[in-house]
Ligand binder design. Structure first.
Ligand SMILES: Cc1ncc(COP(=O)(O)O)c(C=O)c1O
Length: 464
């Protein structure tokens, strides 16, 4: 087992968890329609569903909660958050939101019109849904390296800048209200984006006077990878790297439930004061007064502290090595994963893990269900259940390029021995891969179906 540097924090509060016996897990997942989003959290042993909002806050953040000023307007915590956002990112104008998708909603409902195209290296599912809700198209332009799951390209999250240029020239700036760069690229395996790529994307955007934004959820993890992997950045501080990254963009949507190190919160920041006026008006309608934006004063304080804490290199080193430990442990057990590993999650390649299950029968979901059945571990499918959809022209089912299962790591929550248990559970699935079957959907909503769909096992054939 590779040596992992020790955590630079100690545990002050603990929360018991339990592992149900196999027959209870079997009935729980059946009752949940074989959809792990429908499981009660208390029935889960190790929860790797998401790194979002699942962070263990620091003593300083918990102390900050007691400093919450719950005045309706202009509470002191708003000003503390404004200081953090100015110091860390260099933005003067922002509105707090209760989470990332609210920032997306406020932005896209302000800047998009039907027929527009928003370009992104890869839209996260809520980002796509918020663009499409405006009648606009959410177009992904990921760099081709992303799809070679085993290559060791250091920045697989990059935008395809050539395609970006061609698209902008072909479509025309008037139909592109924004270009987005998602850092790190969550739906693309949590892969980072290089500084060079951010700079080049920004050049294209600025040449055509199109605003360029970050989807900045994991900005500090992205900065860590730039320091680790990109020439010329090894000796720079994380803050200096973040400052340079943000100098290339005109705004950002942020889910602070990731690198804001909080359980709830987000913001939308913009440089253009006129756009700020418009989004602040919209915010009042859907979130609240612009100094609290759907959050309590105490939440703003925890976010103000978290945004600074996440820049600590001891923390980021822990974060990287902790995730790498799980990745190495999985590989040692023969579980195929996307490499190199990002910071917030390890992605299993379900097409290779369960080659006998056809795409129509959701191999990623089969792997996900099996993780719960065998170890009470909750992970999430990022494949056909989440993304497959009929082609609007031909009606033919279009599958996403990749069939991934994400094992997302909450920040500062699980220990190395718990991660070993997770790797053992996944290893066991591989040993029984030939015996496993797929699933079919029995009910699903039209939008974001993976959250609530109900499935059942295909016994024999799903066609029957
Ligand atoms: C890249 C990315 N963008 C946006 C969001 C949406 O944020 P939230 O869940 O806070 O609404 C997420 C959440 O996981 C994300 O990973």
């Amino acid at each position: 087992m590779p040596r992992t540097p020790p955590e630079m924090f100690r545990i002050k509060v603990v929360e018991p968890i339990r592992l149900h016996p196999p027959e209870v897990r079997e009935s729980k997942i059946k009752e949940a329609g074989y959809n792990v989003f429908r499981l009660s959290a208390e029935d889960v042993f190790i929860d790797l569903l998401t790194d979002s909002g699942t962070t263990a806050m620091s003593a300083k953040q918990w102390g900050g909660l007691m400093m919450g000023d719950e005045s309706y307007a202009q509470c002191r915590n708003y000003f503390n958050l404004a200081d953090s956002i100015r110091d860390v990112f260099g933005f003067e104008h922002f509105v707090p939101t209760h989470q990332g998708r609210a920032a997306e909603n406020v932005l896209f409902s302000t800047i998009c019109k039907p027929g527009d195209i928003v370009i992104n290296n890869m839209h996260f599912d809520t980002t796509r849904a918020n663009v499409e809700a405006q009648g606009a198209e959410a177009r992904n332009l990921p760099a081709p390296e992303l799809f070679d799951l085993e290559s060791d390209h250091p920045f697989k999250g990059n935008m395809d800048v050539d395609k970006l240029r061609q698209t902008v020239e072909y479509v025309g700036a008037g139909h592109i209200p924004a270009i987005f760069v998602t850092i790190t690229n969550n739906s693309g395996g949590g892969q980072p984006v290089s500084m060079a790529n951010i700079r080049e994307s920004s050049i294209v955007a600025r040449e055509h006077k199109i605003p360029i934004f970050f989807d900045a959820c994991r900005f500090a993890e992205n900065a860590w990878f730039i320091k680790l992997r990109e020439e010329g950045y090894a000796d720079k501080s994380i803050q200096d790297i973040v400052t340079e990254m943000f100098s290339y963009v005109d705004g950002a949507t942020m889910s602070a439930k990731k690198d804001g190190m909080v359980n709830i919160g987000g913001f939308l920041a913009v440089r253009d004061p006129k756009l700020f006026e418009r989004v602040a008006q919209k915010l009042i309608l859907v979130e609240g007064f612009p100094s609290y934006g759907g959050l309590a004063g105490r939440d703003l304080e925890a976010m103000a502290i978290g945004l600074r804490e996440v820049l600590d290199e001891d923390y980021l080193s822990y974060r990287y090595h902790h995730t790498k430990f799980l990745a190495d442990a999985l590989q040692e057990r023969g579980v195929p994963i996307m490499t190199p590993t990002g910071a917030h999650a390890v992605y299993v390649d379900a097409k290779r893990a369960l080659p006998n299950i056809p795409r129509e029968e959701f191999p990623g979901q089969a792997f996900t269900v099996e993780m719960y059945l065998r170890g009470g571990v909750r992970v999430v499918e990022i494949g056909s259940l989440m993304f497959a959809a009929p082609d609007p022209g031909t009606g033919e089912m279009k599958f996403p390029e990749m069939e991934l299962v994400r094992l997302a790591l909450p920040r500062r929550v699980y220990t190395i021995s718990q991660l070993e248990f997770v790797a053992d559970t996944a290893g066991e699935i591989l040993e029984h891969a030939d015996e496993l079957g797929g699933y079919r959907i029995i009910s699903a909503p039209k939008v974001l179906r993976h959250f609530t769909a109900q499935l059942e096992p295909c016994i024999g054939s799903c066609d029957s």
